[in-house]
Write a protein that binds this ligand. Structure first.
Ligand code: PMV
Length: 325
């Protein structure tokens, strides 16, 4: 009745933003991502008839049970397993949470895999992805390996992620530049609901299918230049939607903006690196492995950068034997 899983966070190259169904977390559009080797959540779940209430500890802090998203997810698992046993959950991230580093993706993927196993469920990768999606949309992409596509789908059964290529397919790197560890004011869950208030959101959706086709083509051809240009434009488009939503969502800090300018400058000087961004202030710098050291060196002398995390493509969520409790 006890299981532990490790799951990676992921960085979207084509972003999920906006929901067709808030409860089921069906996205307005498809998305493409890569799992990240150094942004990991480890979670142990134990269901036990001796527990009289659920208890959740994340990064050594006991969580309040009321309205808790983790409890809601345990309820989904209990429903599937036809069980009413209470659970103990211990979860640890090896990186700061709620700063745009997608702790909800790794968190809900790890919770899904550990929780399903602890409940005695034997779910396929597709079923795990569908379940993870309901906890946090982007978590569905942390289930399969490597480079991943989330098929948007109009129903719960058709909205899940699949692996396009395994982790060793392409030697690209995501150097995360942490510019601040302050927590964002508006979470992604709340932000998704505002997407349609941007006058540019419909246009964004119209362009999504072609963008998805192109990014898959560039990944297939390993055309890093075309790929980089496309994902950088996509990140800026996402933030254009944020800025023009009502209320407006302004996640970038002066330090983030300085990095965006620098990335363009470094490119002009011959270092091929592109940026992408999520719902937060940190900047993800994408480059080929051969350039990763140079990128880290450039970042290391900047006062704005508190920390860098070098991520390689990674496998998806999986069970491990060592429990946290
Ligand atoms: O899964 P959520 O609700 O945390 O939303 C993720 C939103 C973005 O990170 C901005 C885009 C994405 O596809 O990961």
């Amino acid at each position: 009745m006890k299981a532990t899983a490790v799951a990676p966070s992921n960085i979207a190259f084509i972003k999920y933003w906006g929901v067709k169904d808030e409860i089921l977390r069906l996205p307005k559009n498809g998305s493409i991502s890569m799992n990240l080797s150094e942004l990991l959540t480890t979670t142990t779940v134990e269901f036990n008839p001796d527990f009289y209430q659920d208890s959740i500890t994340v990064n050594n802090i006991q969580e309040i049970i009321e309205g808790n998203r983790i409890i809601k997810h345990l309820d989904r698992i209990r429903k599937l397993a036809n069980s009413d046993l209470k659970a103990k959950v211990i979860s640890e991230n090896n990186f700061p949470t709620s700063t745009g580093l997608s702790s909800s993706a790794s968190g809900f993927a790890a919770l899904t895999v550990a929780g399903a196993a602890a409940a005695g469920l034997q779910l396929s990768e597709k079923e795990l992805s569908i379940l993870a999606r309901q906890g946090s949309g982007s978590a569905c992409r942390s289930i399969p390996d490597g480079f991943v596509e989330w098929l948007d789908g109009d129903t719960s059964e058709t909205s899940y992620a699949v692996s396009l290529y395994p982790k060793d397919y392409w030697d690209i790197v995501d150097v995360v530049a942490v510019v601040s560890t302050i927590k964002k004011e508006i979470s992604s869950t709340e932000g998704h609901k505002l997407a349609t208030t941007s006058p540019f959101f419909d246009r964004r959706l119209q362009l999504n299918k072609e963008k998805m086709r192109l990014v898959k083509h560039y990944i297939k051809e390993k055309n890093f230049t075309a790929f980089g240009q496309l994902i950088e434009a996509e990140a800026l488009e996402l933030h254009a939607i944020y800025l023009t939503s009502h209320p407006s969502l302004i996640y970038l800090l002066p330090a983030s903006l300085r990095l965006l300018h620098l990335v363009k400058k470094w490119r002009q000087e011959g270092l091929e690196v592109y940026f992408t961004l999520n719902t937060g202030q940190d900047v993800h710098l994408i480059c080929e492995k051969k350039n990763a050291k140079k990128v880290v060196q450039k970042l290391s002398v900047l006062d704005e950068v508190q920390n860098t995390i070098i991520n390689y493509p990674s496998k998806g969520a999986h069970l491990i034997k060592k429990h946290l409790l």
